[in-house]
Design a protein around this ligand. Structure first.
Ligand code: PGA
Length: 236
């Protein structure tokens, strides 16, 4: 089963989200060997859930506190109540733009896993790290921080080199494989590792030969139903 996860970031509104799923539906049912997940904005969660295609829906972000004086935040505890059973944690934009630190990310992972939420924990090196040969060290640090949570079966790792995100410069399949092996090693088990960073329907199948990449976390190419469906067809 290959995972095709779409991270919409701050794109689409409820109307265009509905139009996306209508268009996707026009292509017919999704092949059984592909698991589809979309992470829409909070405002699109409920309409996206009614997609009738079996596309699972996740939140791009959440706060680990149950409730409180945290203006603008949305509690992870509330997601299962509305059948949102996936969560992204540690995306490069949360780490670098919103300056979310390791301890906060760990708390999100802890809360999500305690609720049985499928948690996609994103890791990846910057271009500076890569040039200094520090990829392995960075991945080890980001992953090891989660400690005992690494054994939870609802945890998935997404390897997303920061320099590959939205750049049109995807990592080579050999680099993605090497990173996947490192992630599995640091997790001490054969955890599912997704690759993300400039994936499209033309390059997606390059990553499937070795069996080390279980699926993909896709930004730009997931925004449009035609290109999202093309990704599904390419891996099916
Ligand atoms: P991209 O984004 O596919 O547009 O490179 C990937 C991501 O940010 O998850």
């Amino acid at each position: 089963m290959t995972i095709i996860a779409g991270n919409w970031k701050m794109n689409h509104d409820p109307d265009s989200s509905l139009a996306f799923f209508e268009k996707l539906k026009s292509y017919g049912s999704i092949p059984d060997n592909v698991k589809t997940v979309i992470f829409p904005t909070f405002l699109c969660l409920s309409s996206a859930q009614n997609n009738l295609l079996g596309v699972e829906i996740g939140a791009q972000n959440g706060n680990p506190e149950k409730s409180g004086a945290l203006t603008g935040e949305v509690s992870i505890f509330d997601f299962p109540k509305i059948n949102v059973n996936w969560l992204l944690v540690g995306h490069s934009e949360r780490r670098h733009v919103f300056k979310e630190g390791s301890e906060f990310l760990k708390k999100k992972v802890e809360t999500a896993l305690s609720l049985g939420i499928k948690t996609v924990y994103c890791v990846g090196e910057t271009i500076e790290d890569k040039e200094k040969g520090l990829t392995g060290e960075v991945l080890k640090k980001q992953i090891s921080y989660l400690g005992d949570f690494l054994s939870d079966e609802n945890l998935t790792i997404a390897y997303e080199p920061v320099w590959a995100i939205g750049s049109g410069m995807p990592a080579g399949s050999k680099d993605a494989d090497e990173a996947s092996l490192l992630c599995k090693d640091f997790c001490k088990r054969d955890i599912d590792v997704l690759y993300g960073g400039s994936v499209n329907s033309h390059n997606v199948s390059n990553y499937l030969n070795s069996g080390l990449i279980s699926g993909f976390l896709i930004g730009g190419a997931s925004l449009n139903a035609d290109s999202y469906r093309a990704l599904i067809d390419a891996v099916a």
